[in-house]
Design a protein around this ligand. Sequence first.
Ligand code: SF4
Length: 703
Amino acid sequence: KVREIFTEETVDSVCPFCGVGCLTSVSVKDGRIVKVDGRDGPANENRLCVKGRFGFDYVSSPERLTKPLIRRDDAPKRGDISMTRDNHLDYFREATWEEALDRAAGGLTAAFEAKGGAGVAGFGSAKGSNEEAYLFQKLIRQGFQTNNVDHCTRLCHASSVAALIEGIGSGAVTAPFNAAEDADCMIVIGARPAQNHPVAATYIKQAAKKGGKLIVMDPRGQDLMRHADYGLQFKPGTDVAMLNAILNVIITEELYDSQYIAAHVDGFEALKEKIRDFTPEAMEPVCGIEAQTLREVARLYATSAKSIIFWGMGVSQHVHGTDNVRCLIAMALTTGQIGRPGTGLHPLRGQNNVQGASDAGLIPMFYPDYRAVGNEDIRAGYEDAWGRTLDPVRGLTVVEIMNDILAGGIEAMFVQGENPAMSDPDQNHARKALSTLKHLVVQDIFLTETAWHADVILPASAHAEKLGTYTNTNRQVQIGRPCVPLPGEARADWQILIDLANRLGLNWTYDGVPAIYEEMRSHMASLNNISWERLERDGTVTYPADAPDKPGNEILFGHSFPTADGRGKIVPTDLVPPSELPDEDFPLVLTTGRLLEHWHTGAMTRRATVLDAIEPEPVVSMNPRDIKMSGLEIGQQVTVETRRGAITLTLRADRDVSVGMMFIPFCFFEAPANFLTNPQLDPFGKIPEFKFCAARVGPAEHQ
Ligand code: SF4
């Protein structure tokens, strides 16, 4: 019996959750996953976190979609906010693939014929493979002559990418997170890697243990601060004040690297001028960090031989998110802390393939490899390759698409593997937009909150059921392999996209994933020397690679930047307040984010038995002092309200949450945090301000 248990088959793959990209060994028995172990990958060296190790049984959940579905003619109005998960299958009838694909293509085509490309939009997925992201953006651009195609990068690091492309000519990391091990000084700002990139956090903790100085900056306290030399719990929304004060010290104390600046950087004089008034003493009351601490941190970062900066969505999800990142870039460029081992800029990417999906062109302003849709020569190349006239104008982004639907523009949407009915800000608005569409096609593995609104639902593949490549936060392109069969009539996402494209007359003839990868690669210089054969052989390769037999370059920009003149650019910043400040009616600051056990909107991890058992119910966390002051009790049901909506959930005490703040994770469908959040956008990255809005809390009406 024991031998039987241990004779499972194992398949080498990659974790489907976060951007760390841990390589896995998946044990399968009787067509089901029974165990996941870590493998010796470059990003994890055999390690896994709780999600990667125990979060696999969503794949065999009884809730998986196994047949195509079409909305019943007599189904109630879509988008009712009182909807629950219980009854939604009743709104749909089963259909054949032929009928569902015909219906899906027909509705999208009708909108295109009525309004041209302006009538259609698509959200692809950062959870799908690179090949699926490439096909999805190609389908929308080639099939509907529009660039209205985006994905959840718009909700996480769009502002980081905007600032990085502007400052150093590349939106990806300049060094892997493992570079922490070579660093003398590490800054982690607006990121909680111990929860959201747990295996990456182990490298940072190890580096700190070996003597690397660690500075953690976060308005909420966090585990990593226990390992830190400096823990700066600054006032929420004051990143620019704090970072400009650090830049002020670097400049006034002449801690900058004038040789590096002369050789590689523009904009230093303008920065000098701008930060003159941002003295630590002037910024102390703004950001809440003592002037002396700001001075010490500035000196430590600038004078260490090797310093590296990591950041997350606490930096990017603000109306001043791009400015926050501009400050971090300015710190690296003034001090020359970039382009050498142990230095660099690393936005910790969220989803397992958000880097790859962005690289593959799943964004409204760029074709693959960030080549501008507005550039005539580039567009002409794609028109030749794809045989269709293409849209010369940048498309709409995630929140802009929702606004456009309600303004009477877009009439039909195709959503593959994303869940805007949980992830978009101001859910009353977002769900109303989804309800207003004349035609919505959803391709997914579960009946998500977005699928509730659909006309046609196409049952798709979980990560463990298909072949594909995924690019992690370190720029490592890695192969995910099929471990278990698809359930029922579900199909691999790339196959569904081909079927749909051919119903649109696009005549796609790919005979498998390698053929799609090779076509995508032909449009992406970043993947030069990384053939499908090489990936099959090596399993993981970092881009860019200089030769087919040489390892990829982990550390970038030692000599120049991929900008027009090869120089980096500092863009000085001003203070921009959050879009909505607390007042008498809404006196608290609400911030949202993730939990260690649950991934994004919870579509997968809420259906993973172990993970949901650990964190089974929606909670709002507050500082014990605020709980006492408000007369509430820990564990009671409370209603949290903002100017956009109200939700009811359980009150939890958490000393890490500063006085005056509340934190709500956005993974719980029972109390979706995004009914509360502010949809105001950063003007450059078009990312909403998930990290700051004014809120109030009180006892729930029905206790
Ligand atoms: Fe998966 Fe990220 Fe955890 Fe690694 S750290 S096991 S990639 S969720």
